[in-house]
Design a protein around this ligand. Structure first.
Ligand code: SF4
Length: 378
């Protein structure tokens, strides 16, 4: 199937490019003069066939799960979000059951397409290609994690938390299927965005990981430092110097024709460090490189489709701020606006296009810094 043909049938939506990233909260902040709820993330399952070492939501993964809130009810809640621009679907592995794809995800994606809202799914792409083809006509971004050079890396990382021994051959089959699916979907015209984390395993091999991502035909390589979120809290934490060195090395060796998106970077234009200034300046100048401000706690809420609980992020320790059975998403967003934690990182330097640090970053590296008193210097 050529998915490009399907996209051409719906010419209203602009292409997602380095110049147009609707997930970046700075866009709505610039437009409205304050943060608006433009992005909703839906957790559609807690089931997954993997147990990755770094999984941000690993603690919530289960072996069975009950019924979801009916999709119509969720669409009604989404209808009330006046400035909605993006919907992200996450899990677990959203396509774990084909029925979830058909009966829940596709209706949400159709809704998004009809409303001109952009969509993303976070998937490990290790299951049958036919499930992902069901999504293709309506999906904007297929987001995958890719932190490997080969099946052995995948085997080491992907099943660490499964509590049982997963045979290398089993892991290798899944790895191969993921690679084949990525190639097939990319060839068909799907926008596959592969995310790599900078962590203790990957920081010295990012250029080779990047090469594989480019070879699979991905349109974008996302790169995020890994921070100690609850599930990954036991893993070694890299220093700010290590992250910086890994980013420079990746920039030195990347394919400049492929969009590289950095997110949740721990370097800010208000820093006094010359090394920080050097990396920020470099990132600004590099062609096809963007740095996305962190949507968590800015323009996005996460909804758990089983309990109805609404969170500011799907992985921080901030408890649910409301529930879709009782609250509109706007009411929950308003609650967060006045939350002391939000106030502690709610800064904005327009000249630097920066709207403040991520909560986990502050907690890990900048506990003593009051960002609300700082200003961009470059
Ligand atoms: S918005 Fe906040 S984090 Fe960003 S440069 Fe300004 S003070 Fe620093």
């Amino acid at each position: 199937m050529n998915f490009n043909m399907i996209h051409k049938l719906n010419p209203v939506v602009p292409a997602i490019t380095p110049e147009y990233d609707p997930w970046d909260p700075i866009r709505s902040l610039q437009r409205h003069g304050k943060h608006k709820l433009t992005s909703v993330e839906l957790t559609v399952t807690n089931l997954c066939n993997m147990r990755c070492e770094h999984c941000a939501v690993g603690e919530t993964l289960t072996m069975t799960e009950g019924p979801r809130i009916p999709v119509d009810q969720i669409l009604r809640r989404l209808d009330q979000v006046e400035h909605l621009e993006t919907i992200s679907i996450t899990g677990g592995e959203p396509s774990y059951h084909e029925a979830t794809v058909r009966d829940y995800i596709v209706p949400v994606l159709k809704y998004a397409r009809e409303r001109g809202v952009r969509s993303q799914i976070n998937s490990n792409l290790t299951l049958s290609l036919s499930r992902y083809e069901l999504l293709a006509p309506y999906l904007d971004v297929m987001h995958i994690s890719f932190n490997y050079l080969n099946a052995d890396d995948f085997h080491q990382v992907g099943f660490v938390r499964s509590g049982r021994n997963v045979a290398r051959e089993t892991a290798a089959k899944l790895y191969e299927r993921m690679v084949e699916n990525t190639i097939a979907l990319s060839r068909g015209g799907m926008f596959v965005s592969a995310e790599s984390m900078i962590n203790y395993r990957t920081h010295e091999k990012l250029p080779q990981i990047h090469k594989l991502i480019v070879e699979m035909g991905c349109r974008r390589h996302e790169v995020h430092p890994m921070y100690p979120s609850s599930f990954a809290s036991n893993l070694p934490v890299l220093s700010l110097d290590h992250f910086r060195a890994a980013i420079h090395n990746l920039l030195d060796h990347r394919d400049p024709d492929v969009w590289m998106l950095f997110g949740t970077l721990p370097y800010y234009a208000c820093s006094q460090s010359e090394e920080d200034h050097r990396i920020i300046s470099r990132l600004r100048k590099e062609p096809n490189v963007t740095v996305r401000n962190d949507p968590d706690g800015r323009n996005r809420l996460n909804v758990n489709l089983f309990t109805g609980d609404v969170y500011v992020t799907d992985f921080s320790d901030v408890p649910a701020l409301g529930n879709v059975h009782a609250d509109t998403l706007q009411q929950v967003f308003d609650r967060w606006e006045n939350h002391p934690l939000n106030r502690s990182v709610n800064c904005h330097c327009a000249a630097a296009s920066c709207c403040g640090p991520n909560l986990l970053v502050v907690d890990t590296y900048y506990k003593e810094v009051d960002f609300t008193r700082r200003k961009a210097v470059i």
